[in-house]
Design a protein around this ligand. Structure first.
Ligand SMILES: *[C@@H]1O[C@H](CO)[C@@H](O)[C@H](O)[C@H]1NC(C)=O
Ligand SMILES: *[C@@H]1O[C@H](CO)[C@@H](O)[C@H](O)[C@H]1NC(C)=O
Length: 359
């Protein structure tokens, strides 16, 4: 071999080795990115989770998304295998079955909801898996909707709209479709947490006279002063309120509390608004109370059951405004719920306390 050939061979060999090294390095680096840059696998159980939540997770996690809608349980159970975290985007049952399918490495779960009635909380506790949810962000959206229902029910929106639909404008009457005023009224809250207080704050802008509330525990004195609120027993709440807003969670104690006995203690001009849970009201009794004009009107964002059948007798009433549980349904609120749920998951993965723990 002449010296020139030797040199060329050596050069090409070096080049071959370095090219190979480079691609090896590249692959190793890629592996490193996957194993250290994105150390966690997180399942997102719903295809419509707002991008704001996904973007936060993507920075630190490999995302595995469930694409079916309604959720295909089999897809969920397959994709959840081996994940470190779960962003629970819908109301699909979160129980021992999915936790078993996931495996023992699962260490962080958050729902994107305030209510967690679809979660087997004792099962998560038993396994020591932290659970997050997204309660307070939806307060303002729900409060806005409650004010909407207060106005819609007291000003007879449902009946009025029907007059147009049936070609029954009767505005030659002086007393056509007269409703109840909000100003100078007494507004009673059954349940007075964050949502109830947000509603009271808004209604104060309508020049109401006073706020009454029935809860187990008294709220802080400063809150009472700010909202002109006074704690009363249930019977006083029923007897004195012009508007009653149900803003409590559903528990064994609150189920069916608004029944015929309660309606019979209310003013005949009273308006009932429910943005809590449908089962707090005995709906058959409410139907009778509205039908017989024992109370003036009701505005409901929650019903029993949900979905409510289109043939339900409640929907035949002129003095009931019924919505399909859209309290938190605003773009911004949903984006904020996704953001908080994503941070909950990340904190759980890092072994830190969650932003809003559910237990
Ligand atoms: C990258 O990871 C895969 C599997 O995770 C492995 O088979 C492969 O050998 C790794 N490559 C390098 C260059 O480390
Ligand atoms: C309504 O519920 C109360 C308890 O909250 C109960 O004492 C009362 O008997 C009930 N009334 C009717 C008509 O069911």
């Amino acid at each position: 071999m002449d010296p020139m050939t030797k040199l060329l061979l050596a050069l090409s060999l070096a080049l071959f080795i370095s090219v190979n090294n480079a691609s090896l390095l590249h692959r190793a680096k890629k592996n490193q990115t996957m194993s250290t840059g994105k150390p966690f696998k997180v399942i997102v159980t719903h295809p419509e989770v707002p991008q704001e939540g996904l973007d936060i997770l993507k920075e630190h996690c490999e995302i595995i998304q469930v694409n079916s809608l309604p959720t295909n349980r089999a897809e969920l159970l397959e994709k959840i295998k081996g994940v470190d975290g779960a962003f629970w985007g819908g109301h699909e049952k979160l129980n021992a079955e999915v936790l078993d399918a996931a495996g023992p490495q699962l260490k962080s779960v958050s729902t994107m909801s305030a209510g967690i009635d679809f979660v087997d909380v004792p099962e998560l506790k038993k396994r020591g898996i932290p659970l997050g949810h997204t309660p307070t962000v939806l307060n303002t959206a729900v409060a806005d909707l409650a004010v909407g229902l207060v106005i819609a029910a007291s000003r007879r929106f449902q009946e009025a709209r029907k007059k147009i639909d049936t070609d029954n404008w009767e505005n030659y009457h002086l007393n056509w479709l007269l409703g109840q005023d909000i100003r100078d009224s007494t507004v009673g809250f059954y349940g007075f947490g964050g949502i109830g207080q947000a509603i009271a704050k808004r209604l104060l802008g309508f020049d109401i006279d006073q706020v009454l509330y029935t809860t187990r525990r008294r709220v802080h004195k400063e809150i009472e002063e700010e909202l002109k609120a006074k704690k009363v027993d249930f019977d006083t709440l029923l007897a004195q309120s012009d508007f009653i807003v149900i803003a409590s969670p559903l528990t064994a104690d609150t189920q069916g509390v608004f029944n015929a006995t309660a309606f019979n203690k209310m003013k005949e001009t009273a308006i009932l608004v429910n943005i809590g849970r449908g089962k707090i009201v005995n709906q058959d009794d409410l139907y009778e109370a509205l039908k017989s004009n024992r109370i003036f009107a009701a505005g409901l964002d929650v019903t029993d059951p949900e979905p409510l059948a289109p043939t339900d007798k409640l929907l035949t009433l002129d003095n009931a405004v019924v919505l399909p549980h859209i309290g938190s349904a605003t773009k911004r609120t949903r984006a904020e719920m996704a953001t908080i749920a994503a941070h909950n998951v990340l904190r759980g993965l890092a072994g830190e306390p969650m932003f809003s723990p559910a237990y």
